[in-house]
Write a protein that binds this ligand. Sequence first.
Ligand code: GLY
Ligand code: MN
Ligand code: MN
Length: 430
Amino acid sequence: MTRPQLAEFMRRMEPDSVAIIPAAPEATRSNDTRYRYRQDSDFYYLTGFDEPEAIAVVAPSREEGRFTLFVRPRDPEHETWEGRRAGVEGAKERYAAEAAFPVSEFREKLQELLNGARNVYYRLGVRPELDEVLVKQIGEMRTRSRLYVAPDSITDPGAILGEMRLVKSDAEIELMQRAADIAAGAHVEAMKNVRLGMYEYEIEALIEYHFRRSGAAAPAYGSIVGGGANATILHYKTNEDELRDGDLLLVDAGAEFRGYASDITRTFPINGRFSQPQREIYEAVLAAQTRCIEMVKPGVTMEELNNHAVKVLTERMVSLGLLEGEAEKLIEEKTYRRFFMHGIGHFLGLDVHDAGRYQLEGKSRPLTPGVVITVEPGIYVAEEAEHVPDKYRRIGVRIEDDVLVTAEGHRVLTAKVPKRIEEIEKLMAR
Ligand code: GLY
Ligand code: MN
Ligand code: MN
């Protein structure tokens, strides 16, 4: 049976067109060792096929097969070293390919696949060697126009796939809830187990241990575990410092479950109790975050959410003495960016920064049911920040949840991790 995603993609393709969607290449870590394979999200979305070196060809009007997979053939020697392959037969039996061939035959079959198609959906600029094969083939067909009808255009399939991936089906939402639950459990473990004198990497290990033992494939992105001043570095990744009494710990970590990402940030005191200045900054971020989440319903835009977060945060920055002046002017001049320098959030799905257009006709798009976003305001006061009360230095706070837009409003997928100060302190006191 054709996967629903693939069937819908075929419906949305222009008539008489062909789509060529390659799998992600393998990535080298060093010399001849590779990272564990992670499939390209578009390819995975359409096919569910998790092997490298594959190419999917989708041609709704092709009688020989609307969905063809080119795959690595079975090969006992290679499989002994590198793992099992579905092979040509498996591609048909397990992945519903109507036709399947060894990937080595792609080049020679390309001409026939393209012949007569008016348009080819293919993403240029990602796989230069494949770009060349395709462009050369089309060029050749054009020069031999008495024999072949070459496609007129190459268009990016991302426009169709992005819009499809943006709106999650019930089955996808279930997987995203699983990814969210796993990450939520890991954050709770981190809060319960953090101790003075531990190192950031110990918390990273604890979180990722929880991910893996819960069946997650991997972290959905590099886990950020930053204590004290490290929490004010947005993409802090080394996670190598000791956790110190009196500091906050910012943990931004999400799990990937069957391809789908979660993305959670919590910030909590390493010794279990927020100091007064930490509390003040934390409450400002929490107020912005909870109010933005309350606004989430069909029709609201990311821009509206962002504007609201900026308003709440800037007003609080003024009342705390981080900024001086009229909130309105500080917003207009973007002065708040000294302490809140990223956006309110992003789409979430197979990619942590997921596919789909943020703008439609030049305006921030109204959200619709099935879209999942993150809501993640923060305030970051670097150690060296100028003209700030000393008590706020080294305080970085971000609070991030994953929020599904529903017909009635929204559902917070990551609600199982506490974020109110009393709840966090109570959990940590146990
Ligand atoms: N962890 C990536 C992000 O929050 O966007
Ligand atoms: Mn995020
Ligand atoms: Mn995050």
